[in-house]
Design a protein around this ligand. Structure first.
Ligand code: PMP
Length: 303
């Protein structure tokens, strides 16, 4: 991550180093915040924010689910995001909106504590390393199950939810893997720590139904790209042994983009190289985000 000049904070552009909060902020203690992860890409001339409105719609849905009322309109935050990228003179960047409950009551009940909103935008390269995107990553089935739908709600990006991902990610890294894959409470494959997951068998893509996982915006892109290329997609539960014997495995997410998985729990996937369907989806995705496919131009917001 590379520091940029400004962060939008409750309606104002403040210097990066001045974007601070009180140590008794409720969100800091209890995870009572919601966030988004968005990327902007550039063709040679302009920056384009990818699926801006869809990300902010999910942000407001996260607010609804978690009862965190965002004190700005969606239109205002979308406009602020465009302005922020301009002011920071960014082209390819990652955008992180966050709304969190501030200080006041320090009990579990946040009472009328103010909800603060920030938007940060900064340069952030490949999430799972350039080598991973090109050649595939090594993943591990986590010893941590994905949080159950009746305790944490998976349709929302609630800050506190992510401690489950932090546990799984750290365990995988400590054991020498690049990423963790979590099972749901029934033992089926759920998702990565910040990515949706897919397997390919006999040229058919299978991905976890959205019941237990985040409704990834990149997941929606993968399904559309596959359909437009006459590749069948089944939204179905699958097990870890089906994953081990599949021809291809890949992950998708705004940060991770389309990342091939070449090994899971020391079992080589396919021939150990990114598979042909993975590569097709990856190539199409990278053309779409950088404004090289006019069919999907409606997903881009010019800065
Ligand atoms: N699952 C989880 C748990 C995530 O945090 C993310 C990243 N937002 C995803 C899936 C992928 O979602 P998206 O494609 O919208 O970034």
């Amino acid at each position: 991550m590379k520091k940029s000049q400004y962060i939008w904070y409750n309606g104002k552009f403040v210097n990066w180093d001045k974007a601070t909060t009180h140590v008794l902020s409720h969100g800091l203690h209890y995870g009572s915040g919601i966030f988004e992860g968005i990327r902007a890409y550039s063709d040679n001339a302009n920056a384009f924010i990818f699926r801006l409105e869809d990300h902010y719609s999910r942000f407001y849905n996260s607010g609804k689910v978690s009862l965190i009322k965002i004190p700005f309109s969606q239109k205002k935050l979308q406009e602020a995001t465009v302005q922020l990228i301009k002011k920071n003179k960014l082209k390819n960047c990652y955008i992180r909106p966050l709304a969190f409950i501030g200080e006041g009551s320090i009990g579990i009940n946040p009472g009328n504590n103010k909800v603060n909103v920030i938007i940060a935008a900064f340069e952030w390269g490949t999430y799972l390393e350039k080598n991973g995107i090109e050649h595939g990553i090594r993943a591990k089935i986590s010893s941590f199950a994905r949080m159950g739908v009746n305790s944490f709600m998976t349709k929302s990006k609630i800050s506190g939810n992510y401690i489950n991902s932090v546990f799984a990610k750290r365990e995988a890294i400590q054991l020498g893997f690049d990423e963790a894959i979590m099972l749901d409470n029934d033992g089926y494959i759920a998702e990565g720590t910040g990515e949706n997951i897919y397997i390919v068998r006999n040229n058919i893509i299978k991905t976890t139904p959205i019941t237990t996982v985040l409704e990834g915006i990149t997941r929606d892109c993968v399904i559309k790209i596959a359909k437009d290329n006459n590749i069948e997609v089944q939204e179905q539960k699958f097990t870890r042994d089906e994953l081990y014997i599949s021809d291809e495995v890949f992950l998708s997410g705004t940060a991770a983009e389309i990342t091939p998985v070449r090994e899971v729990d020391d079992r080589t996937i396919g021939n150990g190289k990114p598979g042909k369907i993975t590569k097709l989806i990856q190539d199409e995705y990278s053309k779409i985000v950088s404004n090289k496919n006019p069919l999907y131009a409606s997903w881009l917001t010019k800065v």
